[in-house]
Design a protein around this ligand. Structure first.
Ligand SMILES: *[C@@H]1O[C@H](CO)[C@@H](O)[C@H](O)[C@H]1NC(C)=O
Ligand SMILES: *[C@@H]1O[C@H](CO)[C@@H](O)[C@H](O)[C@H]1NC(C)=O
Ligand SMILES: *[C@@H]1O[C@H](CO)[C@@H](O)[C@H](O)[C@H]1NC(C)=O
Length: 296
């Protein structure tokens, strides 16, 4: 196995530069600090010699990038990132993308909204993304941010108020299963990218243009509630106990986003690993993500 891997890397080196990789961090993380995605970037560069990695910075500094993960409207973040990607000459021949936690659904939005005007996006890897939203009080991210408690309290009583939707990123993927109608019509981000209101054909087409959509679920995730959302599963509407796996949800059965089609075509990959939110070993990552999806 090891020899095969080395051989793959050598072939890759001879045949040209590896496919670039774009990273988008989660809430409470930043693009560039070494204990955050800066560390992942170094890891990728070490394991894929010559690879170009763009760890997205939403803002003019790492601190702004961190703050924007809480307070910048995701629709504006997605638009900003579409601009960054289009302007990066090193991505012009296509790239792979890896989202961490909320960065996963934001990257999916980038694919859906801008895929047709960007270079080819080959594989989108979602690590612990909240594709159907969340309903529960999350712990906070890697950095303990003073805004954490404030966020919980707000979400609890006012997630769908217009000003909260516009002022707090996490409210835009708050999905109250007891009140699906309000979520569908008041969420300014998630219900739109999930084609809940109307089926945007561009979204479907762009998502289907991926080679693979790889969804990774963390089996012992204590941060994301419910963890099935990482595979596009969710609570059955009207209650908050029974969970529907992806293939029984409306988004899949009505094929509102083309996921069923992608599943039939072998483009939808569901992976799981033991461990808490975003906790994976280097070996797991190399065997399950890097070798199959990043050496293209
Ligand atoms: C970058 O800085 C400018 C000037 O202060 C500001 O207007 C802009 O919003 C900042 N960009 C982001 C994405 O925060
Ligand atoms: C569908 O999405 C595309 C890409 O974001 C957008 O340009 C278009 O206006 C949307 N269509 C509708 C009917 O909203
Ligand atoms: C993690 O989740 C798996 C799958 O649900 C379970 O079998 C295992 O016991 C869990 N491990 C811990 C430490 O909770």
């Amino acid at each position: 196995m090891k020899i095969l891997f080395i051989l793959l890397c050598v072939i890759k080196l001879i045949s040209g530069t590896p496919t670039p990789i774009v990273l988008w961090h989660g809430m409470g993380d930043t693009c560039c600090l070494s204990f955050s995605l800066g560390g992942i970037k170094v890891f990728l560069e070490k394991n894929i010699p010559g690879v170009y990695v763009n760890s997205l910075k939403v803002g003019n500094s790492s601190i702004e990038d961190l703050e924007n993960g809480y307070f910048m409207n995701p629709n504006q973040q997605v638009e900003y990132v579409c601009g960054l990607l289009a302007a990066d000459p090193q991505l012009k021949d296509g790239f792979n993308a890896i989202g961490f936690s909320q960065g996963s659904q934001f990257l999916r939005a980038v694919v859906q909204r801008c895929g047709h005007i960007l270079p080819k996006i080959k594989n989108l890897i979602s690590l612990g993304g909240q594709h159907q939203g969340v309903y529960g009080l999350p712990h906070c991210g890697a950095l303990m941010h003073p805004t954490c408690d404030y966020i919980r309290q707000l979400l609890n009583y006012a997630a769908y108020e217009n000003w909260v939707q516009n002022a707090l990123v996490q409210a835009t993927y708050w999905h109250d299963p007891l009140d699906d109608e309000t979520y569908i019509h008041k969420s300014i981000f998630l219900s739109d990218i999930n084609n809940e209101i109307m089926a945007n054909k561009t979204y479907i087409q762009n998502l289907n243009n991926l080679d693979h959509l790889v969804l990774v679920k963390f089996d012992n995730d204590t941060i994301v509630q419910p963890r099935e959302t990482e595979w596009f599963g969710y609570y059955e509407p009207g209650q908050s106990k029974k969970l529907l796996p992806l293939r029984e949800t409306k988004i899949y059965t009505e094929d509102r986003l083309g996921l069923k089609k992608m599943d039939k075509e072998g483009k939808l990959i569901l992976l799981s690993t033991v461990g808490d939110h975003l906790r994976f070993s280097d070996t797991w990552f190399i065997d399950n993500i890097l070798k199959p999806y990043l050496l293209n």
